[in-house]
Design a protein around this ligand. Structure first.
Ligand code: GLY
Length: 584
């Protein structure tokens, strides 16, 4: 069975059972505390927690989808049998209940019927995991009984770490789950083990059924939801591999055509470097999908992940002598595989972005090599500096150092890296955590004022390219081709301060996106907006200063906003300028 067939079998099965097929949502989730979409339920979270009405939106409680997902935590593990950055997830949902909604029994029946009767998998290979309970939720005896009634004999109990799902971010719907693991047999691992074995990959999790009855609130407490829901997830790649008796997704049609194409353009003598082939294939596919979301390589957040993938492709291409002039042919294979469901993949765009990054990387490598030339020893800290500043992968630093007879303390390097990752993790928690402080809220409003002032002084062609706020400063990237003069900077500061002094109110209105756009509200990330958006208008008695679609929050009036000051104006990439500013 190939990937196309399995996708349609799943979606058609649930459609026949009265489910509505919902298209995959973007890899960039609505919840901006999360970097990427990692599960099919994310687009349904407001319906699962009953903040929004599922019937109004979908006219049914029963939904199914094939969702694009992206994971970044295991990038270094890519190349083994089980890890990928981009992957797809199949899922079915029953959201809330009236007579038409189903819960545990219905979800279990559908899962068994699909796997056994549609896909022909043997039921006696299924091992089921059950939530064993904790201090606030009892053991899931009910699910166990249902499985037993349906002829299942192998059960394994696990706690929160393995058998309680969600929420995706700090807060949201969640619940105990029951997973179907498939036993591939002793030849794949230990003689006598079970699901979640630490030593082998004999058991593969194929379907996770979440009985979503709880909501984790901001205090970290679990509240019972007003409704019960079913939320399920199948790792598409994994299931495809099992059905085809393959060891890994890399052996399925999702990757095999691409790996064959890579082989054509690489040196024959490196043909057996399976890991390098898989890394290149995974990263080509993953970066194509990120570019499909309009993400560009950069040094922060999503752009940084893309840059890292692209640079790792270049690094591993060197290892197997892959001719990167063939990039268009490699990307074409990916497009052919996915274009019918993901038309956002555009070959020309992906190839262009790849080639620009290749040139940039070549320039930084050149600088880094010059730096290495000057050194007579490379301490772990220097190795880390080369890695961080020049984007030099450690393997390349080692190669270059070895040429000069210098040894690298790789363990020391890894320790430096770990320290840095810890610092970035804390930074990311701050960025993506839910704590918006008073100062940050003020800076948010100051950003809107400054944005309008920039357009007043530099012209309406100024477009927001990015914005980041912490409790000390605002940072704002915008499209503009020239350095700003001191006079322009002063004028922008004056406009903002004069507006603060003259007093204003910030009005928040919720409205459909189309209406918001029709009223002239500024919007620069159209593809990311929901159907109903918040529009923030900053106005005094006589004049509207600014109107933007924005998730907020904002202060209510200009009182105590403080004095606005631009600290720095600099370039932030081609035709993009960056301002750092504070309020005191
Ligand atoms: N939301 C269930 C899963 O992704 O496994």
């Amino acid at each position: 069975m190939d990937s196309k067939e399995l996708r349609s079998l799943f979606l058609n099965y649930f459609q026949e059972k009265g489910h509505k097929i919902v298209a995959s949502s973007s890899l960039i989730p609505d919840d901006d505390t999360v970097l990427f979409t990692t599960a099919g339920m994310q687009q349904f979270a407001p319906y699962l927690s009953s903040q929004k009405n599922v019937l109004e939106k979908f006219q049914t409680r029963h939904l199914c989808s094939c969702q694009k997902c992206f994971r970044t935590d295991d990038i270094e593990e890519i190349g083994d049998d089980t890890h990928q950055t981009f992957f797809e997830m199949l899922g079915n949902w029953s959201i809330g209940q009236d007579q038409s909604g189903y819960f545990k029994e219905g979800a279990i029946e559908y899962a068994l019927d699909f796997l056994v009767n549609k896909l022909g998998l043997a039921k006696d290979k299924f091992h089921i995991t059950i939530f064993k309970g904790n201090s606030f939720i009892p053991k899931d005896e009910e699910a166990k009984k249902i499985w037993e009634r349906h002829g299942i004999t192998y059960f394994h109990e696990f706690g929160e770490a393995d058998n309680f799902w969600g929420p995706v971010s700090n807060v949201g719907p969640c619940g105990p789950c029951s997973e179907i693991h498939y036993d591939r047999g002793e030849e794949y691992g230990c003689k006598d083990c079970g699901p979640n074995c630490d030593y082998c990959k004999r058991f593969v999790e194929i379907w996770n059924l979440v009985f979503m009855e709880y909501f984790k609130n901001e205090k970290g407490e679990y509240e019972k939801l007003k409704q019960t829901n079913i939320d399920t997830g199948i790792g598409f790649e994994r299931l495809l591999a099992i059905l085809n008796k393959e060891n890994s997704a890399y052996e399925t049609d999702l990757f095999s055509d691409l790996i064959k194409e890579i082989e054509k353009h690489a040196a024959l003598k490196y043909k057996d470097d399976k890991i390098a082939y898989r890394i290149i294939a995974d990263h080509l596919r993953g970066s194509s999908f990120l570019i499909g979301e309009n993400i560009l390589p950069s040094n922060t957040e999503r752009g940084y992940i893309l840059r890292r993938l692209l640079r790792r492709i270049i690094r591993y291409a060197r290892i197997i002598d892959l001719d990167l002039n063939s990039i268009d042919r490699l990307i074409k294979v990916i497009i052919l595989k996915y274009h019918h469901i993901y038309p956002e993949l555009n070959q020309e765009n992906i190839v262009n972005i790849f080639n620009i990054e290749k040139q940039k990387f070549a320039r930084t490598l050149e600088k880094g090599l010059k730096e290495i030339e000057k050194l007579t020893e490379i301490t772990p800290r220097q190795a880390f500096f080369l890695y961080q500043t020049f984007g030099f992968p450690i393997e390349m630093i080692k190669e270059e150092a070895n040429k000069k007879g210098i040894e690298i303390d790789e363990k020391g390097f890894k320790e430096e890296l770990k320290k840095h990752q810890e610092i970035s993790r804390k930074g990311a928690e701050k960025k993506f955590g839910k704590n918006a402080s008073e100062k940050e809220i003020k800076l948010h409003t100051a950003t809107h004022l400054m944005h309008q002032a920039l357009r007043d002084v530099l012209g309406e062609s100024v477009q927001q390219m990015g914005s980041s706020i912490n409790n000390e400063r605002l940072r704002f990237d915008f499209s503009y081709t020239k350095k700003l003069s001191q006079e322009q900077i002063k004028e922008i500061e004056d406009i903002v301060n004069q507006r603060i002094k003259s007093g204003f109110k910030v009005i928040k209105e919720e409205m459909p996106l189309e209406k918001a756009l029709a009223t002239g509200a500024l919007a620069f990330f159209k593809e990311k907006y929901k159907e109903v958006v918040n529009v923030y208008t900053i106005k005094n008695n006589n004049e509207i200063y600014s109107k933007e679609i924005c998730a907020g929050p904002h202060i209510k009036s200009s009182e105590n906003l403080g004095t606005f000051k631009i600290l720095k104006e600099s370039s932030s990439g081609a035709n993009t300028r960056r301002i750092r500013a504070v309020i005191n």
